[in-house]
Design a binder for this molecule. Structure first.
Ligand code: CTP
Ligand code: MG
Length: 238
């Protein structure tokens, strides 16, 4: 493993959190007095290979974001270069804007949602190990526990999908830097809900590693309650 800090982490944090329904954008919502953004940054700073952060936030939250970044870095006792950029209307646009801040030193880019603050460090390291093996795109996945059916616009079931072939996809999604830049450079960029979706459209192979239930995405008020109890349980060493 290379000793250089050649991994850049892009954190899309520019969503409004409509399903959460609070006054601030979701990344600025607090759990036990820490915003999702600062919790996510603290976790990312634990990863040795990470030497650069690019964070996309709503345009009018750039200054506020700097405070959250400072606080996370002080708490972690680690300072690395950070670029704060204005996000776009869709997650895809926010990531595209972020990639303009990439540096020549960034060999790999890991895109990780601010909305998944409890991702274990091992998941980051597994993604990086896979990229070290020469894989160009890698995503963390977990098995799906519910039965998944497709349903039509009349709310009627069309069919049941074969669960053994289904996986739920998480972040951080890892890319060789040039591959990520290329898939986002296309002129008719299609908004996708994850980054690897663009690699699939471009016909690039996407590998998987084991994700974690702890990487759950905070989307609804119930998820925020879960986040609070999860954090309290961890703080009590359980
Ligand atoms: N995101 C972003 N820019 C957008 C939309 C989303 O950077 N225009 C980010 C969010 O901040 C979040 C991640 O992408 O960290 C995953 O998106 P999601 O969970 O859908 O968050 P929101 O879009 O904020 O939530 P909602 O869809 O409920 O409005
Ligand atoms: Mg969204």
């Amino acid at each position: 493993m290379s000793a250089t800090a050649d991994v850049c982490v892009v954190i899309p944090a520019a969503g409004l959190g409509e399903r959460l329904g609070l006054a601030q954008p979701k990344a600025f919502v607090g759990v036990n007095n820490w915003s999702l953004l600062s919790l996510t940054i603290k976790r990312v700073l634990e990863i040795q290979r990470v030497g650069h952060l690019i964070i996309a936030v709503p345009a009018d939250f750039k200054n506020e974001a700097l405070d959250h970044i400072d606080r996370a870095m002080r708490e972690s006792n680690k300072k690395i270069p950070v670029d704060v950029v204005a996000g776009g209307i869709t997650r895809t646009e926010s990531v595209k804007n972020s990639l303009l801040a990439l540096d020549q030193l960034d060999s790999y880019v890991l895109v990780h949602d601010a909305a998944r603050p409890f991702v274990p460090a091992e998941v980051f390291n597994s993604v990086i190990n896979k990229l070290d093996q020469g894989v160009k795109v890698v995503v963390p996945v977990i098995p799906v526990s519910d039965t998944i059916k497709t349903v039509n616009e009349k709310d009627e079931v069309i069919n049941t999908l074969d669960r053994s072939q289904l996986k739920a996809v998480q972040t951080p999604q890892g890319f060789a830097r040039d591959v990520l830049s290329e898939i986002y450079a296309t002129s008719n960029l299609k908004p996708t809900t994850d980054d690897a979706g663009l690699a699939e459209i471009a016909g690039i192979n996407v590998s998987t590693i084991n994700g974690s239930v702890e990487s759950f995405k905070i989307t609804t008020p119930f998820d925020l309650e879960m986040a609070t109890s999860f954090m309290n349980r961890k703080q009590n060493g359980k």
